[in-house]
Design a protein around this ligand. Sequence first.
Ligand code: SAH
Length: 381
Amino acid sequence: MKRNKSGSVKSDGWDKIRNVSELRHLTGLTRTELIEYFGEMGEPRFRADQVFRALHERRLTAFDEMTDLPKALREKLNASATATTLRVESKYTSVDGTRRFLMRTADGNPVETVYIPTENRDTICFSSQSGCALKCDFCLTAKLGFIKNMSAGEIIEQIIIVLNDVYGVGNETPHATNLVAMGEGEPFLNFDNLIKALNIMSDENGLHIVPGRVTVSTAGIVPKIYEFAQLDRRPNLAISLSSADDALRDKLMPINKRWPIDDLFKAAKVFEGTLKRGERFTFEYVLLGGINDSDEQAEQLVERLQRHGFTKAKINLIPHNPAEQLDYHPSAPEQVRRFKEILESRGVSAYIRTPRGRDIYAACGQLAAKQEPNLVQIQSE
Ligand code: SAH
């Protein structure tokens, strides 16, 4: 594998700074906030703009690398602020090219980010939280429990670290980058930080990842779906469903007891009403062998969707990614195909998602800060 000589995933700045959590993390500031911060330091606006570009467009991770800034300013910044808080603890590369980054926040909590290359685009799957408070029975992240919310800066930094690792610091990316908020955590339980991070990342003088290239996945935090529907420039939405039967969904995804399927579908319908021509949204359905994958359950799903009159919903069928601590197994491939055919024969679009990075605990529902397999260690050098 090609290693980047500049060691982009390591941050020079980090090693020099001891109390990172006491410093202002500039990566998480909007352009306006950055201008204000520079104003407080008695620095002009154009310096703030310059640093915004350096952080987001050039993806520099230390002020000392910003050699176009006066030395005195760099020193001032080093004394009060930081450009980096996350440390890559280990990195794992799958046989299919997927990479999983296990990182630590400045306060020592795990966070994972996954790079998923496809022929002409890159997808980065980032974590909105460390751990997760929801107790979905088929998901390994749930076993971590909730640890903490990612700050906006910690969300953005995950993307910067991955892009720098793949392409080198500051190098342009040859493909468009797609983002999915499908890593550790429930994005809608960290709504404000998530939306702030996405706004900062959409800036054309920065990473310039526009909302159309971003998909946020929720297990069904209903009030936040309504709030999300009102946003002006907003990403795509995916809703994790996994069962059209309330009794079963209560068991698989206990959040269903708080917001059952009818409430969820009502919110999804309002969201659908705000979509523009040609736009769609997704229901994700994890297929668990012998649990939610029968022909009858496919029929039930169609009926329930039709009762709510969805016209812009599609279904992503996700084969279950097994793990030792999980009591489920994947559906037989033949049953996955049948499930899809039943949906399609009744006019519901369905797609089977190919699992990526299963061998390195990087696939859906597998992020649990696993330290193995230990394919590539990078922080120990
Ligand atoms: N908490 C959010 C974001 C996580 S997205 C949500 O639930 O939508 C992760 C996706 O992987 C979800 O659709 C989830 O249902 C799915 N998933 C969880 N565990 C899985 C597993 N073991 N195999 C396959 N998919 C899984």
